[in-house]
Design a protein around this ligand. Structure first.
Ligand code: ADP
Length: 229
């Protein structure tokens, strides 16, 4: 669950008056939803994601994510909160000197999962993204689309409540971009909320569903578009 209530973000960047990156934003995303967030450069998309991960705090208003009131969250509880999120980035962010298997196993070790769980979970999530046969490869031996599928497997491995994908198709061959979104939709059908920021209007038109358009720091459009898989 995500809820932003009357949220403003003002950056003091040294310029006279600073910048209002978000103005009175109200958004509610329920568990299990799949939401596209669109908007031109400078509209406030990254600022919104930074609020959701609590990299920044709002200047005004309140942000709730997965039952955490982020204004009140103590820093020592931040790692537990972040475990409820899975992150996917445009540039994949895999560890180059670890194999595909180890890239996924690594995040599970960090959160103290047992060896037995890891031995079962890693092949399961790699099969889900159809990369079971690439477990021993290194990221450099994979295509961009395959690397992003590893990143999706890694995000899903920790069983997050929400997956936040920041331009996940931005570095991928357009023909393979659809596959990436299909995978995110498969994950969504397992019950995980997916929030995907994208510039790709073709993808949004194709898949449809809930689309939130930010414009100049405000919600310009929040509605359901036709489309489908
Ligand atoms: P988007 O991700 O949609 O391109 P951003 O959230 O990055 O938009 O930016 C929204 C506005 O806030 C822009 O005008 C941008 O220049 C400004 N901005 C973003 N981050 C900072 C920052 N750290 N300091 C000052 N201004 C910022």
């Amino acid at each position: 669950m995500v809820e932003l209530k009357n949220v403003d973000v003002h950056y003091n960047d040294g310029l006279k008056g600073g910048i209002d990156a978000l103005n009175d934003v109200n958004i509610r995303i329920n568990d299990g939803e799949f939401v596209f967030i669109v908007g031109s450069s400078g509209a406030g998309k990254s600022t919104l994601l930074k609020l959701l991960t609590r990299e920044i705090q709002p200047t005004k208003g309140r942000v709730f994510v997965n039952d955490y009131n982020l204004s009140k969250l103590k820093n020592r509880k931040l790692p537990y909160f972040r475990r409820s999120l899975g992150m996917i980035f445009q540039d994949f962010r895999l560890i180059p000197n670890l194999t595909v298997y180890e890239n996924v196993a690594f995040v599970l070790r960090v959160i103290d999962k047992s060896k037995r769980y890891i031995r079962q979970r890693v092949p399961y999530v790699l099969n889900l993204v159809k990369l079971g046969d690439k477990a021993k490869c290194y990221p450099s031996q994979l295509s961009g689309g395959e690397q992003q599928r590893v990143a999706i497997a890694r995000a899903f491995a920790c069983d997050p409540q929400i997956i936040i994908a920041d331009e996940p198709t931005g570095n991928i061959d357009p023909a393979l971009s659809y596959e990436i979104v299909e995978l995110l939709m498969d994950i969504n059908e397992c019950g995980t909320t997916v929030i995907m920021v994208t510039h790709d209007h073709e993808i949004v038109r194709h898949f449809g569903g809930r689309v939130i358009n930010l414009k100049d720091g405000s919600v310009d459009y929040d509605d359901y578009m036709e489309g489908g898989r």
